[in-house]
Design a protein around this ligand. Structure first.
Ligand SMILES: *Cc1c(COP(=O)(O)O)cnc(C)c1O
Length: 303
């Protein structure tokens, strides 16, 4: 175990007269920097690296990645050197203007900025050989952090007392988190995934890890694609914070809860349903998104 505070709290969202009950599992509160599903996904990977005596973690991501921020912080907390392979060669001049990268740098992460084309080849043998030559022996944490050990960590999100819920909802990026949720859900529970991006590769990715079939993807709340947002979503996130004192991130949890509220309005959930939405964290991304919104003169996310 790497953090003591593993059991997060389920906070009720009061929906007066909607005939369903909604709770939010506050995984975002596990740790200020290694929050939500990124903690779950890193836990057994960090333990594995420690067991093997490897001192460096290498991982991959975009300039605003929650995963990059979490790996950098975990490295700082548990005594690993960290290296982030960042998509976008031009970004090395932007480190100090980018809240995610400057945070990661503060936590001791070293960066290697690569072109989008090179980034696409990041799992090829020659790319990996070059990394080994540059950084020595390292533990490979895949982009987005999903592997079998990550899924194992996410199988610890639901506890005994969560068996009362009929639906368990999660945002989906690479599918590791929802796979863990599916594996620890009870057969009578339905697991709903809300992809934060377009594309239908996710179903087969999830099927690689998921051991049950009680799940479904709700694919119409991605708002145009990964990290795409609009004023309606920003307004929803701000209203949600005002009404329930729960901050949501714009890339994942905001879209999921927007979707859940919309499905409730449309009568998707049978009367009396108990719904558990997993707050997978990602709040570090608000600052970077606000900088982009500000440039476009759009309303900002309250923080
Ligand atoms: C990374 C992330 C996800 C996506 O998790 P996957 O396991 O890649 O599907 C969801 N929510 C938040 C807040 C994240 O940071």
């Amino acid at each position: 175990m790497i953090f003591k505070l593993e059991n997060s709290v389920n906070q009720q969202v009061d929906l007066h007269h909607k005939n369903v009950e909604l709770y939010v599992k506050r995984e975002d509160a596990i740790h200020p920097f290694v929050s939500g599903n990124k903690y779950r996904k890193l836990k057994y990977n960090v333990l594995e690296a420690q067991k093997k005596g490897i001192k460096t973690l290498v991982t991959f991501g975009g300039a605003y990645s929650n995963h990059i921020a979490a790996v950098a912080a975990a490295g700082q907390l548990f005594g690993f050197k960290t290296v982030g392979i960042i998509r976008g060669e031009e970004l090395w001049t932007e480190i100090d203007k980018n809240p995610t990268l400057s945070f990661a740098k503060q936590q001791g992460m070293r960066f290697k900025f690569v072109t989008r084309e090179a980034y696409r080849r990041k799992t090829s043998a020659d790319f990996i050989a070059a990394l080994k030559a540059e950084f020595g022996d390292y533990y490979h944490v895949p982009e987005g952090g999903t592997n079998a050990l990550a899924v194992k960590g996410c199988e610890e999100i639901l506890t005994e007392s969560d068996q009362v819920f009929d639906y368990v909802c999660s945002a989906v990026g690479t599918g590791g988190t929802i796979s863990g949720l599916i594996n620890c859900s009870k057969p009578g529970q339905q697991v709903l995934g809300f992809p934060a991006l377009k594309g239908d590769f996710l179903k087969s990715d999830i099927s690689k890890f998921a051991k049950q079939s009680n799940w479904e993807l709700i694919t119409n709340y991605h708002f145009g694609g990964y990290a795409k947002i609009n004023e309606e979503l920003v307004a929803f996130i701000n209203q949600f914070k005002t009404d329930y004192q729960i901050p949501l991130d714009p890339v994942y949890t905001g879209k999921m809860l927007f979707g859940i509220f919309d499905l409730i309005e449309k009568g998707f959930f049978p009367k009396g349903s108990k719904i558990l939405a997993i707050h997978t964290g990602g709040l570090q991304g608000i600052e970077g998104m606000n900088a982009l919104l500000k440039k476009k003169n759009l309303p900002l996310i309250m923080s």
